[in-house]
Design a protein around this ligand. Structure first.
Ligand SMILES: [Mg+2]
Length: 216
């Protein structure tokens, strides 16, 4: 876990979902694989060829922008609109096949919910995000989800973060962004004046009530 900025005095927590509220490398890899397979079909080219090109384009954009782009932002370069990306994700991602209830996460979020306003901020569509949170058994802690279909703009762009802040009704200085990718989740939040916690996985989220208790 790495902390960025001032954590004391926060009133709201904005959570990334995938890789933050659960660890499942095989499921996360399946996102990229199914979306890349779908892109290959769309382009009428082989999966391997497209997979390498996606990686090359992602590397080029990272060098140009100084920040590694999301997969959805990378797919824009291949002519796949955000609307199309939302539709593909809704159809292809299968959280039920991989994830299950997490009582330790529910306990941690229950403690956090007593002290902070909570919202989720994800680069997946709202239906996938809602299903994911419900499977983990933590859907009730997140009445608000800011998803890819809300803004049609993907993190690390700033717009989803602004939407997250307005969903919480809080100023940037009152909110901590919690996520597992520095470039995608944390750097843009810091740019807007939020503080941040970069987690190595859900174990770090279990520890948040104590960490934030120390500083609050
Ligand atoms: Mg993530």
């Amino acid at each position: 876990m790495t902390r960025y900025g001032e954590l004391s005095g926060a009133r709201g927590l904005l959570f990334d979902i995938d890789g933050t509220l659960y660890d499942h490398p095989a499921y996360l890899a399946s996102h990229k694989q199914s979306l890349t397979e779908r892109l290959a079909m769309e382009l009428g080219r082989s999966y391997d060829e497209v997979r390498h090109e996606v990686r090359d384009v992602q590397d080029r954009l990272a060098a140009e922008r100084g920040r590694r782009p999301s997969l959805a932002n990378t797919f824009l370069e291949f002519g796949v609109s955000m609307e199309q990306n939302v539709a593909w994700r809704s159809r292809l991602l299968k959280p039920e096949r991989y994830l299950g209830r997490d009582p330790r996460l529910a306990e941690a979020l229950s403690m956090l919910k007593a002290r902070f306003a909570l919202a989720a901020l994800t680069n997946n569509p709202a239906d996938i995000a809602r299903r994911t949170l419900d499977i983990l058994g933590v859907g009730s802690f997140f009445p608000t989800i800011v998803a890819l279909d809300d803004t049609l703009v993907s993190k690390p762009e700033l717009e989803p973060f602004r939407a997250g802040l307005s969903s919480l009704g809080l100023a940037a200085g009152e909110v901590i962004m919690i996520g597992d990718r520095y470039d995608v989740d944390i750097a843009p939040a810091l740019e807007l004046g939020m503080s941040g916690v970069l987690v190595d996985g859900v174990e770090d989220v279990y520890a948040l009530p104590e960490i934030l208790g120390e500083t609050g």
